[in-house]
Write a protein that binds this ligand. Sequence first.
Ligand code: ARG
Ligand code: ZN
Length: 876
Amino acid sequence: MSDHQPVHLQEYQPPAYQVSHTELTFDLDPAATRVSARLDMTRHPEAASDAPLFLHGEYLTLHSLALDGTVLDEGDYRLVEGGLEIARVPERFVLESVVEIAPCENTALEGLYQSSGMYCTQCEAEGFRRITYYPDRPDVMATFKVTVIGDKAKSPVLLANGNPVERGELDGGRHFVTWEDPHPKPSYLFALVAGELYKVEDGFTTQSGRDVTLQIWVEEENLDKTAHAMASLKRAMRWDEETYGREYDLDLFMIVAVNDFNMGAMENKGLNIFNSAAVLTHPHTATDQAFQRVESIVAHEYFHNWSGNRVTCRDWFQLSLKEGFTVFRDQCFSADVNSAPVKRIEDVAFFRTAQFAEDAGPTAHPVRPDHYIEITNFYTLTIYEKGAEVVRMLCNLIGAEAFRRGSDLYFERFDGQAVTIEDFVACMAEVSGADLTQFMRWYAQAGTPEIDAYGEYDYVHGEYRLTLRQRTPATPGQPFKKPLHIPVRLGLVGTKSGQDLRLTLAGESLGTDGVIHLREEEQTFVFTEVAEAPVPSLLRDFSAPVKLHFPYSREELAFLLTHDSDGFNRWDAGQRLAMLALDDLIAAHRNGVEKVMDSRVVEAFRLLLTTPMEDKAVLAEMLTLPSEAYIAEQQPLVDVDAIHAAREFVRQSLALALRDEFLALYEDNQSQEAYAPTPEQIGQRSVKNVALAYLMAIDDDQGLAYCQAQFDANHNMTDVRQALTLLVHSEHNHLAAPALKAFGEKWAHDPLVMDQWFTIQVTRPQSDALERVEHLMQHPAFSLKNPNKVRALIGAFAQNRINFHRLDGKGYALLADVVIELNRLNPDVAARMLTPLTRWQRFDDARQALMRQALERIKAEPLSANVYEVIEKALA
Ligand code: ARG
Ligand code: ZN
């Protein structure tokens, strides 16, 4: 589109015409696919009788159009920007169209496109309009009947939503399959897949006794990589029955793996389409992290069948209605089937790094935005992850039992409808009686709220007075913020007993682990009958998506690290303690003063390493320092080099001081068991590999020998990848080079492993990382047309902070070149890759100038709406 106009939530109008039934026929051809559509349409009862009919359509070549069987001429309709308009139509009518599209030219990967020779679709949010003329909006829901015609040899498998009802042979070596989906759905849930695919099949019996066939469709060489996804799917189906009372509603559920995909996966009704990286696993090719990611994405897409498909969004401003809720659901699922504290720690560590950065930057937006230019730009951490945190707060506010009644009510009341965030929250208010008026501000206000907390113990009266002050910084378009309703879960840990003390607030007992509600700008909570001086443990389990500041001393943090009954806050105390030490070292580095390691951090780590801990994955998290990106988030102005130097110094100091303990930890967690992605094994591998990383930080001979042996043993990808990464990120080039070469040759045929091979190389801290990127962009396994490759090479390099932020500006220039190229090929991915450059305000003057220069260079190009919107905000 040329003029890039914003759409506003306030301007929402119900559609003038509904589609009750949609019939489509696809005659597949790479360069000239014919799409015939037959739409049964009805005027909305409240629409004016002379309301024109508007159908979205982009990149379509119109062959014919007929209304109630009469062919329309060019005078009867108008082709307009973004679609087609017919001035007058009857109250009920049948509209038939034939268009032609070119899947092989579709590099944007929206609509119908080709991936590794197969046909597939991605319609959310507005891709269906690249397939046929249609009211392509989520509040238009129809039943679908779809016939797919393809070449028998090239496309032996023809899939669409719902159930197959007819199939047959046609002339010229072609065949067809007809599919029917009885559940009314919006166009964004439409899907079609055709190609040479192979399936793995399994079954599931629902709680009411219905048998469902489960299929995972892949390329032949990937048939041995589907078992984990299938097992995850069955676990997710059972979990949704047990936890939400939600059953699957078709006889067939299909997952297809495709190599070229803009995001993780898509919940198309009955036919989920997945990025192959989000579904394929094998112990030899996928890490533990990948196994867990597959499990959570399979569950996420499956859960959408209710939270998204049966009940969908009225408009795209409501995107978090389905995404926030569904992420919350998949997080709870993963917590239930794995280590719950580790799941929370991982999610929050990521959230506080990436979402906080988004909320603090020029593209900050509320969980429910009120305007956008390109909706694809709003598939963000704020909509997904902050949206999930908001749903989590709701659940904690009204309690799990009421939350379940609220979700039952929501699914029953709105089944088959396209609704709003208010509708969802109203159900929760109705079942619980809670007043959620103020709470709704979480959906409307952007920015991360900050709480300044201060506590005082009164020995004489046995009182603890806790004062909380909240403020939310201004964000673009929102200079002033109102106070939010913030649930703060807390405990008071007695300094003598080391136990959680009983909480009594205004005469009411909150047990030993309670929630207080901060609603005003400032509030003081007086806890009475506090028998001993406590250390407060605040925001337990990260009870609200906020930054909490409390003037903890290092001794208090060390105390919480060992005594807090909340696992999440034990971890967080360690992170806070490390941050205080890091702050000192960053200052020392900047001032050119000698760096001295804080012995309290060393002793805290020694204690961790010598105290047996049952959940090894938690131990691994506790031994992991805050990432450079997280540290940067905490600084008023990001000093890339000082952060890197300080963090390296802490890593090396810890490794030197605790070398024997790390060695013992490594040796004690060697396992000869056959690989399984169980929480126990994953925990063991995590601590072992954390220990190895510390040993490799100090060039320890024994550590190096273990690292090489771990690579050579070739036991599973988790261990191999960690060993290879540590070698490549070390100065031992003579060991790294042959290992890299062997790995690259061994896996040349496997794109998902080659992605890892790219990432390992371009994330190394040595100063040649950028040259390696340039070199690898010429590698035959690399392609700018494949989003996974772009992320693995370019995206990963942009996370390599010291090298991406090189002072000669070459890192920025390289990214700008890639964005300019991608802007033509794939605007969605181009706009996403741009993110690191939009954060320029956070850096020093020299880097700011270089980053802006890169942005200006992009701005001078003819831009897609996606990139245009991000650039405008970044340079505003
Ligand atoms: N609804 C999908 C999910 O969260 C993501 C949408 C994918 N969009 C895209 N442009 N590829 O599961
Ligand atoms: Zn989703």
